[in-house]
Design a protein around this ligand. Structure first.
Ligand code: ZN
Length: 238
């Protein structure tokens, strides 16, 4: 675990995707939870930061993939914190097997493999009932704006904190190997929409982003807005 900017902790020791802990004046908020079976690591991190488990104020899930929602149910049980996601993603958190997959290309060909993998312990997303449902533009008490960024999944969200100039991208973008990418097409049923989502996010919040953190890949701690804008430029006309 490491502190990226004051109060933003990167849980980079979880298998699967990275989770983030945000300290604020009412406790800590956890964004994403890694692959299932590792709730102890999240709880230990909360303790290490000096908080009791009942000081976890909410668990925000960017989208209903096992590597992001994996420990949400166990974490909610231990902390009594509400789980929140976009209203459209609720169905996937409650019924992970309904997550849509690409209907074309490699993603479609690999679908039997995904279905098989999704049943294995350690990769299986355990359903969780979200008590908080967000809509685009909603402001969370922590100061984050919810940005609906559909494409990778229908109810994917990113979070932007305009005052702290932070983007928590989830899988709207990834920075695998230190290079920006749109979400992988094999796991993205609507890649065109995934791209439009990032373009729209940048139009609305690009100037307010200095720091960006991702579900996959290292953080960008300076000039993240201009770097993401340059990445979109390189993609050319959509
Ligand atoms: Zn992911």
């Amino acid at each position: 675990m490491r502190e990226l900017i004051p109060g933003l902790w990167d849980m980079d020791t979880l298998p699967g995707a990275q989770a983030y802990i945000w300290e604020w004046d009412r406790g800590v908020t956890i964004i994403d939870t890694g692959l299932p079976g590792h709730v102890d690591r999240l709880l230990d991190a909360v303790t290490a930061l000096g908080y009791r488990s009942d000081q976890v104020t909410r668990i925000v899930i960017t989208h209903g993939d096992a590597d992001h929602m994996g420990n949400a149910r166990a974490l909610a049980r231990h902390t009594q914190a509400p789980v929140g996601c976009h209203a459209v993603e609720k169905e996937i958190l409650e019924h992970p097997e309904r997550r849509p997959w690409p209907s074309r290309g490699l993603g479609r060909a690999l679908r039997p493999l995904f279905t098989l993998a999704a049943r294995m312990p350690g990769l299986r997303a355990l359903p969780v009932h979200p008590q908080e449902l967000y809509v685009d533009g909603q402001r969370l008490p922590e100061g984050f704006r919810v940005v609906h960024t559909p494409g990778h999944t229908p109810g994917h969200i990113a979070l932007v904190h305009p005052e702290r100039k932070v983007l928590i991208a989830g899988d709207a973008l990834n920075n695998r190997g230190g290079e920006l990418h749109l979400p992988p097409r094999i796991a993205t049923p609507d890649p065109e929409n995934a791209r439009r989502s990032v373009e729209r996010l940048m139009r609305r919040y690009g100037k307010e982003i200095q720091v960006a953190v991702f579900g996959h890949g290292p953080p960008i701690l300076e000039d993240a807005g201009p770097r993401i804008a340059a990445f979109l430029d390189r993609l050319g006309p959509g």
